[in-house]
Design a protein around this ligand. Structure first.
Ligand code: DGL
Length: 266
């Protein structure tokens, strides 16, 4: 038993999709969430920059007593997870492996499409993990950077969104993938248009998978909290004009307890 909070970080407020699933699966765990809104987006920046930002984010969460750290950001999980795991004693998981495992389970020997930010797709993190899982399926990656802006703008069902989604996903559709892995915090919010475009195939949103993995991990390490109230404190490195409106879309409930925090490098 450990009453300390679970720490979650993301480049911004998109990772609240992961926090939302963790809250559902582990309602008694208190959560401390850090969104690095001042330095968002991560998906278009260099590997070196994202590793540095990820270290600072992790150190903030550890300094606030996090007993376990979840990297909700796919871009950060792609390039920084191994480095953070080696550097800190607090256990850390990312969002890449849990989604990949689910995709392998669903597709068996089929073709898996993976969509994410430019950094996530070009990092090769998914190819590496599918190889480590000894998966028999074929992986087809596609960077969809504009999806992030569409979600931030709230254009979930806009005609422009439909056109952009169709344009990005055309090669995956032509390749007859049977499973699509959503490798970015923002993409689950475009699920409706994505499904209209891709049709009846398997879809993997790793937010739920990482929540299930975290539950197993807390049990295994005897870190569960059976007495917490599921309190979530949110720290952001910048409070943009519309952070509340967008954040509530991701979290699916009103956002309370939001504070601005200054990190070392920000
Ligand atoms: N959170 C990022 C990710 O999941 C998307 C937004 C960004 O580029 O920072 O990759």
């Amino acid at each position: 038993m450990n009453k300390n909070p679970v720490g979650i970080f993301d480049s911004g407020i998109g990772g609240l999709t992961v926090a939302k699933e963790i809250k559902k699966i582990l309602p008694q765990e208190d959560i401390i969430y850090l969104g690095d809104t001042a330095r968002l987006p991560y998906g278009t920046k260099s590997v070196e920059a994202i590793i540095q930002f990820s270290k600072e984010n992790t150190e903030f969460l550890i300094s606030r007593g996090a007993k376990y750290v979840v990297i909700a950001c796919y871009s950060s999980s792609s390039v920084a997870l191994d480095i953070l795991q080696k550097r800190y004693t607090v256990p850390i998981i990312g969002v890449i492996k849990s989604g990949a495992k689910k995709a392998v389970e669903l597709t068996k020997t089929g073709k898996v499409g993976v969509i994410g930010t430019t950094l996530t797709i070009y990092s090769g993190a998914y190819e590496k993990i599918f190889k480590a899982l000894d998966a028999q399926c074929e992986i087809l990656g596609r960077a969809c950077p504009l999806f992030v802006s569409l979600v931030e703008e709230g254009w979930f069902d806009h005609p422009a969104t439909k056109l952009i989604v169709e344009t990005y996903l055309k090669p995956l559709k032509e390749d007859n993938i049977n499973t699509l892995l959503l490798g970015c915090t923002h993409f689950p919010l475009l699920m409706k248009v994505i499904k209209e475009t891709m049709g009846d195939i398997n879809y993997v949103d790793a937010s739920r998978e990482v929540g299930l993995e975290l539950a197993q991990e807390l049990k295994r390490l005897d870190l569960e909290n059976h007495e917490g109230s599921g309190f979530i404190s949110i720290y952001l490195t910048d409070l943009s004009m519309n952070f509340k409106e967008i954040g509530e879309r991701f979290l699916g409930e009103p956002m309370h307890n939001v504070s601005r925090v200054a990190l070392k490098g920000v």
